[in-house]
Write a protein that binds this ligand. Sequence first.
Ligand code: FES
Ligand SMILES: [Fe+2]
Length: 399
Amino acid sequence: MTETVNSRPARAKPALPGRQDWSSWPHYQAAAAGFRGYWYPVCFSSQVGEKPRAVTLLGERLFVIRDRGKVFGMKDRCPHRGVPLSYGDKQFPGTISCVYHGWTFDLETGDLKAAITDGPRSPICGKVTQPTYDVEERFGMVWVYIGDGERPHPIDEQLPEELVGNPAVVGQRIQPRTGNWRFACENGYDEGHAKYLHRTSLWRLFKPMPVWNSTKIVKRGRWIYRVQQEQYWEADFPGLGRWSGTAWYKARPPKRVGNIGNTSSHRKVNPTIAAQEFPGFASVSMPGVLRIVYPTFIHYEFYVPTDADNHLYVGLLADFRKGMKALPFYLKYLGAVRWLFHGQFSGQDKWMVEVTDAPPEKLYRPDDSLLQWRKLAEDTTEERLERLRAQGVEPTGTR
Ligand code: FES
Ligand SMILES: [Fe+2]
């Protein structure tokens, strides 16, 4: 029987608005702790010495250590009784000894070479191998490959193309942050937020910001680009009034739409940057790398999954000038950019990533950027899994 109130038929319960989950992108939905099959920056090279340094990456505990100049990575759990191997130290060159009973592993192969407290001919030796990780160093940082047991692809195939083979001076920032890595990546590539959230940042104080854009997303190679078609610096909102991204103390907005820098600066574009012919100033690629192109430098963000609730924010600024010409970059970076851009501006993003709570979500027109990123992640993962299956490698699955 239909229940009635005041003799009016009861209304059906309204459907919940928007998208309730991310099941349209099953790989993406499952990748709360990150995508396997990639190199991830984990710390500065200068932070890795002769003592083990514990790292959590994609929910896995490992440690990195330097031996005769080279950095090695190994699972941070002693197979004997499960204590962290990173509490141990180096008793013999090329090895790590567990702090508890002195099991000693070869850093290169992971083989148990000695169990010190069982004498030189301990029968356990040769029967235990500790998992190791492939490690590389680039841009003053240590990168670790997390895969499914397959041979890693060369790291240079994964780095932004223009950073490989073009001399650049770089400034980096690494900061552990709260929040899921996908929120961080989506925030980075999010079309709508910069104009509004960041309009109050000191970095943008004297620069105008558009009120809104019309944008299309274009795929080229491994990247998808936000291509700005029209920019509106002021707009009339019916029944509300006028809203403007300009002000008397801000620079005047450019006359035409450009795709270098988010306010289309007129400055001369560095030849290395110009040669890339980027379709748009903001682009993203797997496994969560953002690239923002300015006339004289490029800003990158790597969102490195620590676990499902935490990530490492890695900001990298690259200036493609050479030799002494790069000197002003260092001064500018250390004097201003480091604090204003990597600091306060990016602090606004940090705050939003901490408080984002989705799904459920109800997306709007500018969020095509998010939808296309998720699609890229989904398609790229599907291709990778097919490749693994063809090689007979069983994926570990996303944890
Ligand atoms: S727990 Fe590592 S040697 Fe015993
Ligand atoms: Fe932002």
